[in-house]
Design a protein around this ligand. Sequence first.
Ligand code: SAH
Ligand code: F3S
Length: 454
Amino acid sequence: MTPKKLAIVTYGCQMNKYDSERIAGLLQQAGYTLTADVRQAHLVLLNTCSVREKADQKFYSELGRLKRLKTRRPELLIGVCGCIPQRARDEILQRAPYVDLVFGTLNLSRVVELVRQVEETREPVLEITDEVLDDDLGVLPVARDSRVTAFVSVMQGCNKHCSFCVVPATRGPQVSRPLPVVLEEVRRLAEAGYREVTLLGQNVNAYGKDLRPRRVDFADLLAAVNAVDGIARIRFVTSHPLDFTPRLIAAMAELDKVCEYLHLPFQAGSNRILKLMRRGYTAEAYRELIAQIREAVPDIALSTDVIVGFPGETEEDFLETRRMLELVRFDSIFLFKYSPRPGTLAPQLPNPVPEAVKQRRFEGLLNMQKRIALAANLPYEGRTVEVLVEGPSKKDPAKLTGRTRTNKIVNFAGDARLIGELVPVRITRAGLYALEGELASASATLPLVEVAAS
Ligand code: SAH
Ligand code: F3S
C-alpha cells in the first residue's frame, strides 16, 4: 500500500505554523507522508487564521479551489482547523458542506483519531473543544520545517481583551504549559541538534500567572531554558508592555543565550486611542519601558506591531503614532490597517476611518519606516557579527542565509556544511530587509592571546 499523502496549508502567525508542525508530526507518526503539492494529497488540511478580514477571505477562496479539485477526485479529504472554526464553529460546514473534517485550536492532539473517523465513516466530522486538552500541553511529535531553529509553545490563549483582537475568541483564555514540559521539549530539540528556540505565546510575559500554585514567571522560564546545553540562542514572541517586569529586563540582560532582540507591540501612539483599544498603558509609559530595556541591553534591536485607522483615529492621533516611530526608531515594524472582527468591541465604536484614509496613513508610515530601518542597518557595514546559519538563501540558492542575534537576516557565500553552525560574518552591505556579508575567518574573531615568556 502506498503511504497516504498529507498537505497542510498554513495561514497566519507563528503559533499557527507551530501547530501545523505538530499536526504534521502526529499524522506522520500515524503513517502519512508530507507533500507540498495539494494535487497529490489524499488529505488537505487548511490551518486557518482569523486575525483580519483578509485572512478569512484568502481561506474561503482556497477552499473554493479545493472544491473543484474534489469534484475531479472525490476521494480527496478536506479538513479545516485553526482559528476560523474555533471562532465560527458550524459556519464552515454550512458554507462548505463538501468539507470532511473540522477541528479547532484547542484539540489538535486529537487529529489522528478524527482523521481515522472520517476515513472510516466518510461522514463529516466536527469537533471543537472549549478547553485546552491536557495532551495539547504535552510534548507531541513535531515535524519541523527547520533543522536549526524551532518554535516551542509556552502557553495557549490570552487573558487580555484588546478591543480590536479576535485572538481571545480563537485561542481561548491563557493556559501556561508547565515548565518541566517546556524544558523537556527544549532538551529534545537540543539533543536533535537544534541551536535556537523561539518561545511562543500570545503574551509570553504573563507566563505562569495562571499556574496554581504560582511558582514561576517568564524570567524563571528563560533562566531554565538558558541552562539547557546545546541551545545557543533563545528568542520569544509576543510580549505585552503591561506585563514586562523589571525582573524580566534583568533576565534579558543577564542570560547569555537570550538574544538582543525584542518584539514589543505598541499598536498606537495616541493615548486616547490606546484607551479605546484597552491596551492599559500610555505612549509615555511605553517609551519609558523602552528606555529601561535599552539601558539594560544596549544593542537591542526592536520591532513592533502598529495599527492604523482604528475607529475614531484622527489626524492628530495618527501624528502621535508617527511620533512614536520617530522617537523609538524600531528596526522593523509590522503594520496593519484596522479590520473589524466579529465578537470584538471595537466595531461598535463611533467614527470608523474610511478605507482611503487608512491606506494613506498606512503608506505614510511604511515610507517613514523604510528610512528608519535602513538607518538602523547601515552601522552594520564593516562589522563582524555572529550568524546562526539556517539554510540556503531563498533568493539566491548559491548563498547561505542566517540571522544575527539581533534578528537581522544575513546572506553570504559559504559551504552547506555550515548550516546549523554559528559563524562570524563580516557585513559588506546593509539593505532595508537584509544584510550581505562574507565569511570572516573564525580566528579573526578569537581574542589575541599573549604568549607569556616562560
Ligand atoms: N499577542 C498576539 C497578537 C496577535 S495579533 C501575538 O502573539 O502576536 C498580531 C497583531 O495583529 C496585533 O499585534 C495587531 O497589531 C494586529 N491586529 C490584531 N487584530 C487586528 C485587527 N482587528 N485589525 C488590524 N490589525 C490587527
Ligand atoms: Fe490580542 Fe491583545 Fe491578546 S492583541 S492576543 S488580545 S494581548
